[in-house]
Write a protein that binds this ligand. Structure first.
Ligand code: IFM
Length: 474
């Protein structure tokens, strides 16, 4: 810090991040690309789901979304103007293999090739996620993630994408939030493919993990030593209002089904015994776990992606009563409503839960460095008469959560980066376009992009590699 730094002049020392801390923003293919029938792209489960009446709010679909498929150069310029050092995006499997296996669509690969070149030319590091929920419909028709074969198809697809982009992309993620794919896609059916069968959710979870392990091994055997492989999981800190045995049991059950069920096998601990016991009443879903699977799933990784939005609050309930909600097999727990300040989406804003989570994960993740791959909030923004989006609430959420990351690092957590969710307002799954998570506003009629105050704030945090300890006027 130089003596001409304005923050020093007003006597505010910055909370400084480590010198090589990675700052950026994230998106996902189906949420921003649009162009769902262009250049040979096949149908994904989200095309089918969105076309099914009543599944997505307002009947919204993946078109035109942000039309990023055609406007990517403009969007990369925008990232560059914000000073982003990294951009996390996902590849749409149906663009690469329209039927999920076999024939490869070169025009799909060409698109991501151009995107990567454009990012690199702007000095922005690409982080590629291979699967962010847009499974080719043809694979779902054969059982989707309930079918073990999908895991093998995923590893093949991963190899194809790596074969094309691996000469330039060094940071690779197999799956984004397999918890959502399994528990929301097959457990309560609020996401594609819309199946409500708790046992299927657990079976799908296993096949997703198997796909992750197979793809990791495939990429590891192909990739140069400096390629960094990962998975991205969505975590929650689970809190109860007491420390009685009943309260601790409720916390343990939800923590098991939200956090440990995926984290433990990936980090070499296998499925948690308590989760296996708690879910046994659903029937023998563990029959899908074959000899050797756990060894495949624990393929060594280089970093763990952490998506965090809000804590979960729970209370003990009658032991035999099934808990309504997404947690397949959960009984004897009440899921409590969020508290305090909420986002526009109704999610609890709680940055302390984020610090607690990062410190805990750093301890429980077998020494893997952590990267915050998503964190953000949705509010109903509008462009004002002066052409600005003054998103005070999102800016506060951002600043509070970046400070929470700083506190976690100060407490010993090995956090290497922070990527805001999301670069652009986009298709928020079952909520359609009703929820704006972007730091850049998108007018879906005109496709005009407007940089929000929160983006300007993130930009200054990136410039300073830090932020003041208090206040929001950054
Ligand atoms: O929009 C999603 C994203 O696709 C996955 N993580 C959570 C975000 C907000 O719901």
């Amino acid at each position: 810090m130089t003596t001409t730094d304005p923050d020093v002049e007003v006597g505010r020392e910055l909370l400084q991040f480590p010198p090589d801390f990675l700052w950026g923003a994230a998106t996902a293919s189906f949420q921003i690309e649009g162009a769902t029938t262009v250049d040979g792209r096949g149908t994904s489960i989200w095309d089918t789901f969105a076309a099914t009446p009543g599944k997505v709010l307002g009947g919204d679909t993946g078109d035109p979304a942000c039309d990023h498929y055609h406007r990517y150069e403009n969007d990369v310029e925008l990232m560059s103007s914000l000073g982003l050092a990294a951009y996390r995006f996902s590849v749409a499997w149906p663009r690469i293999q329209p039927l999920g296996s076999g024939a490869v669509e070169t025009r799909g690969l060409d698109f991501y090739d151009r995107l990567v070149d454009s990012l690199l030319a702007s000095g922005i590091q690409p982080l590629v996620t291979l699967y962010h929920w847009d499974l080719p419909q043809a694979l779902e028709d054969a059982g989707g993630w309930r079918n073990r074969d999908t895991a093998y198809r995923f590893a093949e697809y991963a190899t194809i994408v790596h074969g094309r982009l691996g000469d330039r992309v060094k940071a690779w993620t197999t799956l984004n939030e397999p918890w959502c794919s399994a528990f929301l896609g097959y457990g309560n059916g609020i996401h594609a493919p819309g199946i409500a069968d708790p046992r299927a959710a657990l079976e799908a979870a296993h096949h997703l993990l198997l796909g992750h392990g197979l793809a990791t091994a495939a990429l590891r055997s192909l990739a140069p030593a400096d390629h960094r492989l990962s998975i991205v999981l969505n975590f929650s800190t689970v809190w109860a209002d007491g420390a009685s045995e009943e309260h601790l049991t409720a916390v343990r059950k939800v923590d098991g089904l939200q956090n440990r069920i995926l984290l433990d096998p990936i980090t070499g601990r296998g499925y948690p015994e308590d989760v296996l016991l708690e879910t046994a009443w659903l029937g023998d879903w563990t029959r899908v776990i074959r000899d050797g699977d756990l060894e495949i799933i624990e393929a060594p990784l280089d970093w763990l992606g952490v998506n965090y939005y809000a804590p979960a609050r729970v209370a003990p309930a009658d032991g035999d009563v099934v808990t309504p909600g997404p947690f397949a097999g959960l009984r004897g727990v009440e899921l409590l409503p969020p508290r305090g300040e909420l986002t526009g989406f109704g999610w609890e804003q709680n940055a302390d839960a984020f610090t607690e989570l990062l410190v805990r994960l750093s301890r429980d993740s077998a020494g893997l460095p952590l990267v915050v791959t998503e964190n953000g909030s949705a509010f109903p923004d509008t462009v004002d008469g002066l052409g600005r989006v003054v998103d005070v609430e999102r800016t506060r959420y951002l600043v509070d959560h970046v400070r929470a990351v700083h506190r976690a690092i100060a407490q010993g957590a090995d956090v290497r980066g922070y990527l805001a969710w999301s670069l652009l307002d986009n298709f928020e799954w079952a909520a359609g376009y009703s929820q704006r998570f972007g730091i850049v506003h998108v007018d879906y009629e005109t496709q005009r992009r407007t940089v929000k105050e929160s983006a300007a704030t993130l930009s200054r945090i990136i410039r300073d590699n830090g932020l003041p300890p208090t206040g929001y006027d950054i």
